[in-house]
Write a protein that binds this ligand. Structure first.
Ligand code: BG6
Length: 488
């Protein structure tokens, strides 16, 4: 029998775990912090599971030392976290809140003291509410100026201490959820506005990268993209073409801009015919081409499967669209009805008969992880940093205060094993951050859907003592880090 000979993980591979400010910090109005769009959105009845919000979350703001101590106990090499923009600029621009900057500097110092490499995300979805109210948020170029001020403050303060920076987290997800499915702020369903706002975010991403290169020449910066490979349901060439279309629309639409500075031509032409293409000024093209990321962050949960779209069955198509709305942002179809376009949708999402699913209906597809890493590396030739991958599951705390999350260990082990194969295939990988370090607030699913290596004792309705309890997966990951993935 043929066995693959696998390379070892690089000596300085960054084994890490991740989080995001709104999902862990709490302290939503402490020490001068201003409100973000999420502080407002989560208070709209019916938007989140059991009305949960991040006012308190898991109180990381007050307990960060305890959390970093646990990272050190685990031997974690890297910790990815995000900065809350409105903690630093309560109005989104203008007056600076020194206490906010100090909090993140203290966190970074604590990480470094404990031998953990900080990986800083500039934008993980919590836009200052003031910018939404004043400018309509990402629909205005004024917000780019505000973003530049925010970036400049952080580059100045932390540029010497933090090497790895992520610009935007999953731009594909937050724009689609926010401007199409009304399941994130700003709670809009309008594809024209979606593509205009998305273009402005592309410009903000490029500006941030160029500023970074000037101010932090030794550092590394790149966006984190929610990538999923797209499979054709069958070998029927029409299904294969549908998969190509879906890839262009869901992946290349963002990655081509980040890496080549231009939109993929097929999708752009199509959106143009539908009257929903973004407004691209000549100077935008220049800016987008000038900004080169140092690496690509990849968040991988799963891909998707599509087939040729048959117009004669529009109801089925509508059903599938609904199914992918709030719980599964990773595979979307253009919403033609809005533009009143007679165009046939480019593909139709469907079930993959070969894959099992999590309790929340997300496909479990470790081989797809290898496919994803291979595809992105081959197309864009940049080092990859896995900035998220993990399993959301119901965890049970036993009487002995233990969590036997063997299912999470199996999930992570299978994915890490495929990542190791992709390294052996030649993919250049910087590190891997599992989602997440501690349990945290799911944007839409409360505290039931847990991802952490560390259990946090609280529920949707009862904050309890928020005690941190390492799960079985904590000790498993600790050992894996110790031997640098040798036994995988
Ligand atoms: C990613 C986000 O899309 O998925 C994370 O970057 C998020 O912030 C994670 O928590 C899991 O999503 P969910 O909906 O299962 O909590």
């Amino acid at each position: 029998m043929f066995h693959e000979t696998l390379d070892s993980f690089p000596k300085d591979f960054l084994w890490g775990a991740a989080s995001a400010a709104y999902q862990i910090e709490g302290a939503f109005d402490a020490d001068g912090k201003g409100p973000s769009i999420w502080d407002e959105f989560t208070k709209i009845p019916g938007k989140t599971f059991e009305g949960t919000n991040g006012d308190v979350a898991i109180d990381h703001y007050h307990r960060y030392k305890e959390d970093v101590k646990l990272m050190a106990d685990m031997g974690l090499k890297a910790y990815r976290f995000s900065v809350s923009w409105s903690r630093i600029l309560p109005e989104g621009e203008g007056v600076v809140n020194e206490a906010g900057l100090q909090f993140y500097e203290d966190l970074v110092d604590e990480l470094i003291k404990n031998g953990v490499e900080p990986v800083l995300t500039l934008y993980h979805w919590d836009l200052p509410l003031a910018l939404q109210e004043k400018y309509n948020g990402w629909e205005s170029r004024e917000t780019i100026k505000a973003f530049k001020q925010y970036c400049e403050l952080l580059f100045e303060r932390l540029g010497k201490k933090v090497t790895y920076w992520v610009t935007f987290n999953e731009q594909n997800v937050f724009t689609s959820m926010g401007y199409r499915w009304e399941s994130h702020p700003p709670n809009v369903s309008d594809t024209k506005r979606l593509f205009e706002a998305n273009h402005i975010i592309n410009l903000a991403n490029a500006e941030a990268i160029n500023l970074f290169k000037e101010m932090v020449p030794e550092g590394k910066i790149g966006p984190s993209f929610g990538y999923g490979p797209v499979y054709p349901l069958t070998s029927d060439p029409s299904d294969v073409l549908a998969a190509e279309n879906a890839h262009d629309f869901n992946n290349a639409w963002w990655l081509d801009i980040y890496c080549k500075g231009k939109y993929p031509v097929t999708t752009f032409k199509r959106l143009k015919r539908m009257g929903i293409a973004p407004t691209v000024l000549p100077e935008d093209e220049e800016l987008l081409k000038s900004a080169k990321p140092d690496f690509l962050g990849i968040n991988y949960y799963h891909g998707g499967t599509v087939k040729q779209n048959k117009l004669e069955n529009p109801t089925e198509n509508e059903e599938t669209n609904k199914q992918f709305s709030s719980t599964d942002p990773y595979l979307m179809q253009p919403k033609d009805e809005q533009s009143q376009s007679p165009e046939v949708p480019m593909f139709q999402s469907t079930e993959n008969p070969s894959l099992e699913k999590t309790d929340w209906g997300w496909e479990i597809d470790p081989v797809g992880f290898r496919v994803a890493l291979r595809q992105v590396f081959a197309r864009y030739d940049l080092p990859l940093f896995v900035t998220e991958n993990g399993l959301g599951a119901l965890d049970e705390l036993t009487k002995e205060e233990e969590i036997h999350d063997d299912y999470r260990i199996a999930y992570l082990e299978n994915h890490i094993s495929e990542m190791k194969k992709s390294i052996s295939d030649g993919v250049d990988m910087i590190g891997y951050c599992a989602w997440s370090f501690t349990d945290l607030l799911s944007w839409l699913n409360g505290y039931k859907k847990r991802y952490g290596f560390v259990y946090v004792n609280r529920t949707e309705t009862d904050e309890k003592d928020m005690k941190r309890i390492p799960k079985k997966s904590f000790y498993w990951y600790k050992e894996l880090i110790e031997n640098n993935g040798k036994n995988i």
